[in-house]
Design a protein around this ligand. Structure first.
Ligand SMILES: [Zn+2]
Length: 568
């Protein structure tokens, strides 16, 4: 049920019984009983794809961030390189539509030229590497993360990527919804190619090329259900073995450009995909790859360029794909870019203005209680053996808890942010972030790191770090207030905390031990009983209808469903 703030005094907020639809019997459909009237009174706003307490609080937080940024905009004599200067100029560069329109495609020029110079597979692969550093999309992606089987070490991971649509199914399925999206995507490709100066015939031809490459990539991609399985996505191999698996690629020079010079091992997340991609590099002509890269460069940069490109991009990804009717106002779009690129610089300003130490004290007490309750629940399970219970409780108490904001803020030192270069600001931010991530390879694992900014209304559980993290922005009404009655806090943020703890024991989280290593700590019999119970849940969710002809994918959503129920 949604909680509501009735007055300025947070003490007074609580359940609003006016949201209830008394015509629905709670024992038939509790969701519509509890929320029915609220849902009727609150249609989804035209600028959103969905609506509810999470999104409402996100919107509210954006307004607070806007107040902060507006204050910063008025500041005089800001030191170049200070958080305030970077936030102000990034934001202003996004708002300056006149300048962005005047610049047109000019900001992309050096990148388009680089693509234009590709003449063979080696120069194609080195361009993949350069684009990867700015967050661009080649057929595979690279990240540096903990080694799942040695959680004290970072290692390079290579994973499948390269699709313009969110999943391989859109290319391969022929149901009405996949066909609708695919047809609209083809039109979108043509429109984007036309916007970068191709003739109608050239644009149509380029569309065919992109669809052919992306469909081929879709066919060799791992399914989204399998991608969730940590065991199916872990193949640690040496660099010479990688060269044998994905032939014809000069991996040493690729790693050198990317900033991973001299590495000896990598984790390949989808071996079959990478092998097949290396074959595609030989089969598909270099000229076709160039068109493919051109599309990914322009598509990935559209929201930082002219109004025409941004609108066309929204028409497909916003409206066709997500059902959003209207583009968000300029301030929300620019703010989202600042959040994405300078997250912790803005986050520090947010925390200073809106997050106090008293909130942290109260939340720590609540979390302690939840751990005690969770321990009692583990002890009471009728299907888990005493030996596994002991290990589960050990893991539970090894779980690190993070609240509000990180102890050390990310440094943006050296980053150049200009008031008149929106795209360039994004590129330089990506390069800085890429370099930061690559430096992990030379360092021990940083267990204090955060993967969400403090101004994010969300929470997460990391299997590798074995921690649960609650950013400042979720620690506010309707989820939490330091002044609220206990019942409200346990019903609000308590639910979120229980959800995140449970992730550590869900179908994937339970494969990791308290140190974050992929390790079987269950007895065989307990694991079999767990899997049997999980299967019941998969089948249950497979029955739920979401829309016409569309049911929940029980296997894909298993982790979330286990976490929502807080236990098996
Ligand atoms: Zn979750």
């Amino acid at each position: 049920m949604r909680l509501m703030q009735k007055s300025k005094k947070e003490k007074d907020w609580g359940f609003d019984v006016r949201d209830i639809d008394a015509k629905v019997r709670p024992q038939d459909d509790f969701y519509h009983y509890a929320n029915g009237t609220w849902m009727k009174k609150n249609p989804i706003p035209p600028q959103e794809s969905h609506w509810g307490s999470f999104i409402m609080l996100r919107y509210d937080t954006e307004k607070k961030l806007r107040t902060l940024v507006t204050k910063v905009q008025k500041m005089k004599n800001l030191k170049t390189g200070s958080s305030e200067q970077m936030v102000r100029d990034f934001y202003n560069s996004g708002l300056d539509m006149k300048q962005r329109n005047a610049a047109g495609l000019a900001p992309l020029k050096p990148w388009l030229e680089r693509i234009g110079k590709i003449k063979d597979v080696p120069s194609l692969v080195s361009t993949f590497a350069h684009l990867e550093k700015i967050g661009g999309s080649g057929p595979w992606g690279l990240m540096v993360d903990q080694d799942m089987k040695n959680s004290e070490k970072y290692i390079v991971h290579i994973g499948q990527s390269g699709l313009g649509l969110p999943d391989r199914d859109y290319y391969l399925k022929n149901d009405p919804e996949s066909m609708r999206v695919r047809t609209a995507y083809e039109k979108h490709l043509e429109a984007m190619f036309a916007l970068i100066g191709k003739s109608k015939t050239e644009a149509a031809k380029a569309r065919v090329t992109v669809m052919s490459i992306e469909t081929a990539l879709a066919k060799i991609s791992m399914s989204k259900e399998d991608r969730r399985d940590v065991d199916k996505t872990y193949h640690k191999i040496s660099v010479p073995a990688l060269a044998k698996l994905a032939r014809g690629i000069d991996w040493k020079s690729y790693f050198k450009i990317i900033g991973a010079d001299g590495i000896r091992e990598v984790v390949v997340m989808q071996t079959a995909f990478l092998k097949a991609v290396s074959e595609m590099l030989r089969k598909v002509s270099v000229e076709d790859w160039k068109i493919y890269l051109e599309w990914h460069l322009v598509g990935g940069s559209a929201s930082y360029l002219s109004a025409r490109l941004e609108k066309q991009n929204f028409a497909f990804y916003g409206t066709v794909l997500s059902g959003v009717k209207e583009m968000k106002p300029a301030w929300r779009r620019a703010l989202s870019a600042v959040n994405g690129n300078l997250g912790e610089a803005l986050g520090k300003l947010y925390v200073d203005a809106y997050f106090g130490p008293e909130a942290k004290k109260r939340i720590v007490e609540i979390v302690n209680d939840l751990f005690t309750a969770y321990e009692a629940r583990i002890k009471n399970l009728d299907w888990m053996s005493a030996a596994t219970k002991k290990k589960a409780i050990k893991k539970l108490y090894e779980m690190n808890r993070k609240f509000g904001y990180p102890d050390t803020w990310k440094s943006y030192r050296g980053l150049v942010i200009r008031f008149d270069d929106y795209f360039g600001n994004a590129v330089r931010s990506s390069l800085l972030e890429h370099a930061r991530v690559m430096r992990r390879l030379k360092k021990p694992v940083d267990r204090s790191e955060w993967f969400m900014t403090p101004q994010t209304v969300n929470a997460y559980c990391s299997f590798g770090l074995n921690d649960i993290v609650f950013p400042a922005a979720i620690l506010q009404p309707p989820f939490f207030s330091k002044d609220a009655d206990d019942a409200l806090n346990y019903g609000g943020i308590g639910t979120v905390i229980g959800h995140e703890i449970t992730h550590g024991f869900d179908d994937q989280g339970s494969k990791f031990d308290g140190k974050g290593n992929r390790k079987t700590w269950w007895t065989k019999e307990d694991r079999a009983r767990f899997d049997k119970k999980a299967k019941v849940l998969v089948n249950q969710f497979n029955q739920y209808k979401v829309a016409d002809g569309l049911k929940v994918n029980g296997q894909l959503t298993l982790g979330e469903n286990i976490a929502d129920l807080h236990r098996l």
